[in-house]
Design a protein around this ligand. Structure first.
Ligand code: ADP
Ligand code: MG
Length: 248
């Protein structure tokens, strides 16, 4: 006996219930294509499966990029190395392979404002995301504020996890303000818990020997610098601000 035909809308409903929305979106198109091009059952089915796989891939990528919270999207191809001759392009390209993330090692970008520290961090973040790594970008001060507030509402343990989990954590703009003692402890907590477990990129307008005045406490500064620097590429940019150049 021939089975009764189920209308397409009903099939789509069932596919949706099975969370196969990649197939839901293309089903009508593929059915038409199968008729027009005389596709075999196998060809038809594999096309549908591919649609589902592609949709899941896209969703995963979108989620990854969104959760990185990058301030903008600029890659290495947008970076003019001729403008910053103190930078070794080869060294940056080596970092862009993201092997430093596999090794759980860190990067410190140091240099005056406008020299491309944030841009390079974002560019490396994009390389990492392209390789399926998880990334979180934050301005140091925002992280410190969030952690301080979380102590008041007892969400500290949960909030700190957000900074420990990603494969790569970018801490932007260290050194614009000095930290209070309790906030230095939060910073130390992040650095020591990520030590040899996950990579950190720090950007700073101050050379490391001046970090004493950022962290106030000498002992804690030593402890932070010790862990951070054990596996670390320090990249010092000695040059002019790109913003100033563009204004001229
Ligand atoms: P910093 O973080 O060191 O203060 P940014 O990375 O924010 O500097 O750079 C300031 C602006 O100038 C950004 O828009 C950045 O994309 C751009 N920029 C900086 N250096 C370069 C460069 N060498 N080539 C292209 N754009 C650059
Ligand atoms: Mg910056």
């Amino acid at each position: 006996m021939k089975q009764q035909l189920v209308p397409i809308s009903e099939i789509q409903k069932r596919l949706r219930a099975f969370k196969l929305s990649g197939i839901v979106n293309t089903l009508e198109l593929r059915i038409k294509q199968a008729g027009d091009d005389n596709l075999s059952y196998t060809e038809f089915l594999s096309l549908l499966l591919e649609d589902e796989i592609n949709r899941r891939d896209d969703n995963r990528k979108n989620k990854l990029y969104k959760s990185a919270k990058l301030p903008f999207e600029k890659g290495l191809e947008d970076f003019d190395f001729t403008f910053q001759p103190s930078l070794k392009k080869q060294e940056i390209l080596e970092l862009a392979t993201c092997r430093f993330i596999e090794r759980k090692s860190n990067i410190v970008f140091m240099g005056p404002p406008g020299t491309g520290k944030t841009h390079l961090s974002v560019a490396l973040a994009l390389e990492a995301l392209g390789r399926g790594k998880t990334v979180l970008f934050t301005i140091v001060w925002d992280m410190i504020n969030i952690l301080q507030q979380s102590r008041a509402d007892y969400s500290y343990q949960r909030k700190i996890q957000a900074y420990l989990k990603p494969d790569l954590l970018i801490l932007d703009e260290l050194g614009y303000r000095s930290m209070a003692e309790s906030t230095v402890e939060d910073f130390f907590e992040i650095v020591s818990k990520r030590y040899e477990k996950g990579s950190i990129i720090i950007t700073s307008n101050r050379p490391i020997h001046q970090w004493d005045s950022v962290f106030i406490d000498k002992t804690l500064t030593t402890a932070v610098v010790d862990r951070l620097m054990h596996h670390c590429s320090v990249i010092e940019i000695k040059g002019e601000s790109y913003r100033v150049k563009r204004r001229q």
